[in-house]
Design a binder for this molecule. Structure first.
Ligand SMILES: *[C@@H]1O[C@H](CO)[C@@H](O)[C@H](O)[C@H]1NC(C)=O
Ligand SMILES: *[C@@H]1O[C@H](CO)[C@@H](O)[C@H](O)[C@H]1NC(C)=O
Ligand SMILES: *[C@@H]1O[C@H](CO)[C@@H](O)[C@H](O)[C@H]1NC(C)=O
Ligand SMILES: *[C@@H]1O[C@H](CO)[C@@H](O)[C@H](O)[C@H]1NC(C)=O
Ligand SMILES: *[C@@H]1O[C@H](CO)[C@@H](O)[C@H](O)[C@H]1NC(C)=O
Ligand SMILES: *[C@@H]1O[C@H](CO)[C@@H](O)[C@H](O)[C@H]1NC(C)=O
Ligand SMILES: *[C@@H]1O[C@H](CO)[C@@H](O)[C@H](O)[C@H]1NC(C)=O
Ligand SMILES: *[C@@H]1O[C@H](CO)[C@@H](O)[C@H](O)[C@H]1NC(C)=O
Ligand SMILES: *[C@@H]1O[C@H](CO)[C@@H](O)[C@H](O)[C@H]1NC(C)=O
Length: 793
């Protein structure tokens, strides 16, 4: 070989190498080629353009090899990362690279050629590293279909639709919003085959979802199925082998979804309808902000208010270890003494510490509980709570004060052990006397419920609204007492972000032409039609003056809760007015008025009625089970179902019902206020039974029967008595008809005619009749109703 030939071959070789090593934005990477951290163009993009893989900056001169959604977040232009190869070991921004070696191994080299991460694969066949349309990065054979490695098998904190969580995989949350390295929260199938959330902190670990004090069977989980597999599909339905399943609030075709274990220990599903819009939460596992263990570290309490989000506070006498990282908790500023006569206890109402009990004693008065704690040098405090149903006190003495949370829904008191003669008490804001009232108020509700129907009814008409407001006010007060300059607040629910506006009374008076056009009434106020200054039509609800005592802040907090609800079948709130004694709410205006009006004017054929019934079931399932706060509507009726220009239904008047913590109601649903409309009210209201979400199921059933038959539930009833209200004539009438062969023809609204789908109507009728069963436990849940109707929708 002469030198010319040689240099020419060399030249070709170099050329070939050069081209190979700069793949610049294709959907795959071949053997021998690399992606360099220094060249931003070095990315692999999925054929549909949705996902990108490459180096991404996660800190100052710190890079990770990651997969992300190609289109950044529309608000802050951050990339949404879905997978990272080296989350705990970021590489330098110079000379780091990812190479698919000729041996078939993918290796991530840092600047000094250390192997930071590798796929540990080996193959002599031609291979390519390819980014699929679903966001899965796969190492596969060019010929044949064998996959040697895929990113879907080693998730970080995110699952994409179609990616399964298995017995071998686990989601680990990031340390914080800005630190992507592995944090303390984990989501996986535990040894009993149940999918759950776990806190795995530096010192201790514990699980907090599903509720650890309940058996898996009590929370609807099956632990016999050892296949341990779970997956979210692209429609927003999640299935797990332990029988856990859910549907996102936006079930259906949404462009992009991802399920992420967030750094606050909650699992959420995020959706994006359109890449130019922002991600929104369409499901989350935990509704309370302070449920996740370890969220504020040791010796602290976590509290939540709609206005300021989550807050961490040190216990009195303790100080924060690192205020920029609350997971370190707080440490005592005093020395512990074992001398009984030198200890004193500080009362903290509505504060709960989960776990680390030395003793649990069932029947015990305060002094017995205190002396139990004093006997033990390790006792740092105790929790003393009255079990209302059983009528005795429970006493738990604690060795450690972890998982502390302040919640108005926790009916109990913790007592903190402190040395005598110090002035820790005035310090900080956890002054216990601030939290007194909410417990009292709950009892007021219980007493207020009387058997006598007329009394109840009168009382309802005048006072319910007031009590609702007072209750919300008090709950709000409790939440607001923790005025501390603390942070750890990842949830910023600012009113502005909700699109709320504050209107002046004059403005609304003008918009409604002096409150002249009334379009509805009930639920504590009168609704007027109005035209806002931006030419939008609005429905303006003027609340009765009963809540004049309520300040603007409290009122705001209440409507902020309503504003956070987000479902296409809920009426949208645009703003409010709180001036003097005036309280007004501004909603979107619905062209087609209420379902009641449309039923009476016969504008709805059977298929529209079926769709409305289905949509209302879905939104109720959302309110009952999926949304951020747990909500009963308690006043489902055709007047509260409004139809937009396309006759899509939206539920109205949901905000004024009681917001209540799921935990409380499931275990001890002993109170609520009376709310409802005769004909639609479940028997529980009349017979003083605990109020659960099944009251809405009942009312829903009546509404559906009304839609099918065109008959009002109280038709033909002149004078009410209790029996008739509980089991309205309509239900009895439909049940009677069921005995005949042609029952369907006989009950269906003559306005519909005979032009309807028999099977669907039959299913709908049967579901409705199930919903109105007297025994509330026999009624299906709203999600069950959705499931039953879905098969025919
Ligand atoms: C997102 O962007 C904000 C600024 O817009 C920045 O402060 C924050 O650190 C970014 N978050 C991540 C995870 O990159
Ligand atoms: C991120 O968190 C890890 C693990 O806790 C820690 O070692 C690291 O220093 C943190 N990085 C930054 C930039 O705070
Ligand atoms: C799990 O779901 C299946 C099918 O829906 C059902 O047959 C079974 O009874 C459920 N198991 C438990 C323990 O709930
Ligand atoms: C276990 O769960 C898997 C996945 O959901 C399912 O395919 C399988 O039939 C289940 N096995 C049993 C015995 O229920
Ligand atoms: C995204 O939504 C906006 C407004 O909602 C619309 O103008 C735009 O055309 C949509 N883009 C795509 C790609 O659908
Ligand atoms: C506090 O935490 C931050 C964030 O993790 C860390 O960067 C800092 O070094 C910590 N400070 C102390 C004093 O430990
Ligand atoms: C919490 O307080 C206890 C004393 O009550 C102390 O022993 C413990 O070290 C504290 N925890 C932390 C993380 O400092
Ligand atoms: C406990 O404290 C009291 C008062 O400070 C003191 O009189 C007593 O001797 C102490 N007891 C012990 C065992 O130290
Ligand atoms: C508290 O209970 C203990 C035993 O349960 C009893 O001996 C004591 O007298 C009670 N104290 C009061 C003040 O009732």
């Amino acid at each position: 070989m002469n030198t010319l030939d040689f240099s020419f071959t060399l030249f070709l070789l170099v050329l070939a190498l050069l081209f190979q090593t700069s793949p610049s934005s294709s959907s795959s990477l071949r053997k021998g080629s690399s992606l360099s951290v220094e060249n931003p163009q070095d990315t692999i993009i999925s054929p549909n353009g949705m996902f990108s893989a490459g180096f991404i900056a996660i800190g100052e001169n710190a890079y990770s090899f990651a997969i992300w959604f190609t289109t950044p977040n529309s608000i802050n232009h951050n990339n949404t990362i879905v997978w990272t190869a080296n989350r705990d070991e970021p590489v330098n921004g110079k000379r780091s690279k990812l190479t698919l070696l000729n041996t078939g191994n993918i290796v991530l080299f840092d600047v000094s050629l250390n192997n930071v991460w590798s796929s540990n694969t080996e193959s002599l066949e031609p291979l390519e590293l390819h980014l699929n349309d679903d966001g899965n990065l796969v190492l596969r054979e060019l010929q044949g279909t064998r996959i040697l490695w895929q990113s879907f098998d080693s998730p970080t904190d995110t699952l994409l639709p179609g990616q399964s969580l298995t017995r071998y995989t686990i989601l680990v949350a990031s340390r914080s919003e800005s630190n992507h390295s592995s944090g303390f929260y984990k989501f996986f199938f535990d040894d009993s085959n149940v999918l759950g959330l776990h806190y795995d902190g530096p010192d201790v670990s514990s699980s907090y979802w599903p509720k650890p004090w309940l058996l898996s069977i009590q929370v609807g989980r099956a632990n016999f199925n050892g296949s341990r597999i779970a997956m979210l599909d692209s429609f927003g339905v999640f299935y797990s082998s332990d029988n856990f399943t859910f549907m996102t609030s936006d079930y259906g075709t949404v462009l992009q979804r991802r399920m992420k274990l967030d750094c606050d220990g909650n699992v959420r599903v995020y959706s994006r309808i359109n890449v130019s819009q922002d991600w929104y939460v369409s499901w989350q596992a935990i509704s309370g902000a302070c449920i996740a263990h370890g969220i504020c570290g040791d010796n602290s309490t976590c509290s939540y208010s709609p206005k300021h989000g989550r807050k961490c506070s040190c216990l009195p006498g303790y100080k924060v270890k690192n205020s920029s990282d609350w997971s370190n908790g707080c440490e005592p500023m005093f020395d512990f003494t074992c001398n009984k006569s030198e200890s004193t206890f500080l009362e903290m109402k509505n504060v709960e510490f989960y776990g680390y009990d030395i003793h649990y004693v069932q029947i015990s008065n305060y002094s017995a509980c205190e002396s139990l704690c004093l006997q033990d040098c390790n006792c740092k405090g105790f929790q003393h709570s009255f079990v209302e149903l059983k009528g005795f006190y429970k006493c738990y003495t604690k060795t450690q004060l972890r998982n502390g949370r302040l919640s108005p829904f926790f009916v109990g008191t913790s007592y903190l052990r402190l040395p005598k003669g110090n002035s820790f008490f005035e310090q900080e804001s956890s002054n216990p006397s601030d939290h007194v009232s909410s417990v009292k108020l709950q009892r007021v509700f219980v007493r207020v419920r009387e058997n006598h129907f007329v009394k109840i009814f009168l009382w309802f008409a005048t006072a319910i609204g007031a009590l609702e407001m007072v209750c919300i006010f008090v709950v709000w007060c409790c939440l607001m007492r923790t005025h501390q300059k603390t942070n750890a607040d990842q949830h910023d629910y600012h009113l502005a972000a909700l699109g709320f506006r504050k209107f002046s009374y004059l403005e609304l008076k003008k918009a409604t032409k002096g409150f002249s056009e009334e379009i509805g009434r009930g639920g504590g106020g009168v609704v007027y039609k109005g035209l806002l200054s931006d030419q939008r039509h609005a429905a303006i609800k003027k609340l009765h003056n009963h809540n004049a005592k309520q300040g603007e802040g409290e009122f705001l907090a209440e409507i902020a809760i309503i504003g956070r609800l987000n479902h296409m079948n809920l009426i949208e709130m645009w703003g409010y007015c709180a001036e003097g004694k005036h309280r007004l709410l501004v909603y979107e205006y619905m062209e087609n008025g209420s379902l009641a009006k449309n039923l009476s004017s016969n504008t709805l054929d059977w298929s529209k009625r079926y769709k409305i019934a289905f949509a209302i079931a879905r939104v109720l399932a959302y309110l009952h089970e999926e949304c951020l706060e747990w909500i009963l509507h308690c006043d489902i009726k055709p007047q509260n179902i409004l139809l937009d220009s396309n006759l899509h239904p939206k539920l109205a008047d949901f905000g004024l019902s009681k917001l209540k913590n799921r935990n409380t109601i499931n275990t001890n649903s002993s109170f609520s206020m009376i709310r409802g409309t005769r004909g639609y009210m479940a028997p529980e209201w009349i017979f003083n039974f605990p109020i659960t979400s099944k009251v809405d199921v009942y009312s829903y059933g009546i509404v559906v029967l009304e839609m099918i038959t065109g008959k009002s539930p109280t038709i033909g009833i002149k004078n009410f008595n209790e029996e008739e209200v509980c089991d309205g004539r309509l239900v009895t009438w439909v049940r009677d008809k069921m005995n005949s062969l042609s029952w369907l023809e006989e009950i269906v609204d003559p306005q519909i005619g005979s032009n309807y789908d028999k099977i669907k109507m039959e299913v709908l009728t049967k579901v409705a009749l199930d919903c109105v069963l007297e025994d509330r436990d026999s009624r299906p849940t709203m999600s069950k109703v959705v499931e039953m109707l879905q098969n025919y929708a």
